[in-house]
Every structure is written in C-alpha cells, then in structure tokens.
Design a protein around this ligand. Sequence first.
Ligand code: C5P
Length: 237
Amino acid sequence: MTAKIFHNDDTVTAPVITIDGPTASGKGTISRLLAERLGWEILDSGALYRLLGLKALQQNLPLDDEPALAQLALELDIRFSGSDTDEEIQVFLDNTNVSDEIRTEKSGAAASKVAALPQVRAALLDKQRAFRQPPGLIADGRDMGTVVFPDAQVKIFLTASAQERAKRRYNQLIEKGVSVRLSDLFEEIAERDKRDSNRSAAPLIAAEDAVELDTSEITAEQAALRILELYQNSINP
Ligand code: C5P
C-alpha cells in the first residue's frame, strides 16, 4: 500500500481516517481494529476532553469558566502509554494513571460541558493535529472530519440507536465490575447526545463528504472491513 505523504515546509501530512459519531456507536473498538490492521496510530480525542473535564473537577473550576478552562487545556500534562493497538491504552494526567477515572459518566458529562466552549476546542486543536504522523492516523471523535482533519482521506460517521448504545455501554461497565442501571445510562446518553448535537461550537454532525455507517446490526469487524475497503478505494480508485 502506498500512503500519500506530503512534505510541506516542516510539516508532514500523513493519511487520516476519521471516525466520528455519538457515544458508544462503536468508534473506539472500530478504531482499534483499523489501527491494528493498518499499523497506524490512534487519536482518542474524547479522552482529551475527558482529561480536561476531570482536571477541572479536581480543581473545582466551574465548568463554564471558558478562559480558565482554555488555559487549563493548554497546560494539560497528559500522556498516553502502551501500543495504540492494545485493548486499553493507559492514560496519565499529571503522571497519575486515570484510565478508569476518565471513563466514568461523571468525567464524560464534564467532558461534554467543557467541549461546548469554543476557546477550549481551539486550545485543543494543535494537540490533536500533532497526532498526525506517518504511516497514518485513525482519528476518533465528534468533529474529526468536520474541523480537525477536514482533508482526511476517508471520513466515517457512525450511528446506532440510543437504546443499542446504552446497552453496549452497560455491558462494558458491567464487565469492568461497575454497577449501573440501564435506564440511567440511556437517559445520560440521550442527554449527552442532545448537548453534543445542539451546541454551536463544532456540533456533532456528519461531514458533507462522510460515509454514514449504522452499526446497530453489524459487528465491529464488519464495520472495520467496510472502512478498510473505502480506504483502499480512495488510494486505488
Ligand atoms: O467520545 P467520548 O465519549 O469519550 O467523548 C466525551 C465527550 O467529549 C463527548 O460527549 C463530547 O462532548 C466531547 N468530545 C467532543 N469532540 C470530540 C471528542 C469528544 O466534543 N472530538
């Protein structure tokens, strides 16, 4: 496979596949499968917003103090460790492993609040674009195809019913030993969807040139194969 690599002053543009979509639409699992197959890196952009949400909670910062949160975003001391094809990438904030803590619904809700602030999104742009390195990047998020990597080779927008996504998240949490109620998860997911879709800064919408893929009835493997096919077609039309 020949990846298109452009040299442009001192920036190198590696190929990118963007995987956008709502909570628990399968982005994480599908991104990992793709990264494994292609040998590419993954950007889990949701983790950046979750880290910021967590840090803000730790510092008791109001989740609507836009200038302070944007400054905090610029100063975030974060590290991702482990191969990007590991089942679980370990995430560190100020040298403390917060991999489990950022996955709680509390961090998720805080992430979705700080993510609604334009200055915060702007502050995280460079951090996200820095993940674009050869041989390529799988970028998982909400605005990867619309804002962060508008020139991506392939853009995917995943969907699945809120019911199905709540069930998936429920199974993931139960597997981890976290006890939750399905009905609470459903409500939280529906509320987060509403906030993510209705905000004015980078709302959750499919890029015009994105391919929509409904994962309610297909496995993550089937979705990943379809996306690989789209990528192959984009480099060998
Ligand atoms: O994907 P994940 O559920 O980890 O994302 C947590 C929250 O971060 C989302 O609900 C969304 O509000 C925000 N987010 C975002 N843009 C991204 C990724 C995540 O606004 N690219």
